[in-house]
Design a protein around this ligand. Structure first.
Ligand SMILES: C[S@@+](CC[C@H](N)C(=O)[O-])C[C@H]1O[C@@H](n2cnc3c(N)ncnc32)[C@H](O)[C@@H]1O
Length: 323
């Protein structure tokens, strides 16, 4: 992989300033978890960890469905991995598409080390690969780097880390007719009834020691001792336009005063401060389809695993649903 193959739409200096700004307001959105060699390395470890089954279940679902997906999309698609991480899922897709000289692949992530990892992951494939460091919000600026028709992939449950109507609206604006959108998500049970056993299971998976270490990573990588902060995660029901839905709430509680160093000057955190983090929705299958339909997408293909706890959706804007 050549450093010239990566377009930088968000710079390390912008990310450093943004993280300082958020932390000063006691916020730590999830995009900061994956930055730098430490964040990227911790994510890749967690992604492979047996304690975090959601990741491997989604990979298994993609493997089981990939031939059908390849049959649905045009032969000459450009594969775009958005929030690509280590790019293992996009590699599975690229291998399943019919071999074609000059097949284009664009690996996009907020984390430069992850874009580099994703490009390295396809170095032995006959693809014309390039990368971009960009935020999901930068979709508009990515268009010149992505030649249609596109297969936009948002995999690894990243769909669940966003407000669905905002995300789908951004994707719909970005895609042209004829492009495809592929995303996966981990589902929850009917939120009209509580399910304490399921809640405990999810809280245990997301609250494991590995996950806690990953979530504290942006602070510990800057020298904050692990015992100066505590990570907690709760799963509960929140209202939405489509009725109640499951959502995690993640918090870091400071156990003593610390200074977190930044280029623009340190941020002081005080004992007792609660730092609000990102979230993960656990929609039902019906809710996912309704969000898509309301945003103007048609479902081209829908894949679920045996337990019907994970969903993989191939959608197209303006298309009629084939389900
Ligand atoms: C849950 S991981 C999924 C990674 C990968 N797609 C997979 O399936 O393993 C989310 C990915 O999205 C990236 N990410 C998080 N917030 C982002 C943002 N605002 N813009 C772009 N990428 C983001 C992270 O760096 C990370 O690689």
């Amino acid at each position: 992989m050549n450093a010239m193959d990566i377009v930088e739409l968000v710079t390390p200096a912008e990310l450093e300033a943004a993280m300082r700004d958020h932390l000063a307001r006691r916020r730590l959105p999830d995009e900061f978890l994956y930055l730098g060699p430490e964040g990227a390395g911790q994510w890749l470890d967690l992604d492979e960890s047996a304690a975090f089954g959601v990741a491997s279940d989604l990979t298994d679902l993609l493997r089981a469905s990939v031939a059908d997906i390849a049959a649905e999309v045009p032969e000459d698609v450009t594969v775009v991995g958005l929030g690509v991480g280590g790019g293992r899922k996009e590699r599975i897709l690229l291998e399943a598409l019919p071999p074609r000289p000059g097949r284009r692949y664009l690996a996009v992530d907020v984390s430069r080390p992850l874009v580099e990892t994703a490009l390295d992951a396809v170095a032995d494939l006959p693809v014309d690969a390039c990368g971009a460091t960009a935020r999901i919000d930068d979709l508009d600026r990515l268009r010149p780097h992505a030649e249609p028709p596109l297969l936009l992939c948002l995999l690894g449950n990243t769909f669940s880390n966003a407000e669905p109507h905002h995300l789908l609206e951004a994707v719909r604006r970005w895609l042209a007719h004829g492009d495809h959108f592929l995303f996966d998500c981990h589902l929850g049970p009917d939120p009209r009834h509580d399910d304490p056993a399921w809640r405990r299971e999810v809280e245990a998976a997301y609250g494991s020691a590995e996950n806690a270490r990953f979530n504290l990573g942006p602070l510990t990588a800057r020298g904050v001792p692990e015992d100066a902060c505590r990570f907690s995660l709760r799963l509960g029901r929140v209202p939405s336009r489509l009725g109640p839905t499951w959502r995690t709430t993640k918090t870091i509680r400071m156990l003593r005063d610390v200074e977190v160093p930044f280029e623009g000057g340190p941020v002081r955190l005080n004992e007792g401060d609660a730092i609000g983090m990102g979230f993960t929705y656990k929609h039902t299958r019906r809710q996912v389809i309704r969000w898509l339909t309301e945003a103007g997408f048609g479902v081209r293909a829908l894949f679920a695993d045996r337990g019907r706890t994970n969903l993989l959706v191939l959608a197209q804007k303006g298309a009629r649903s084939h389900r």
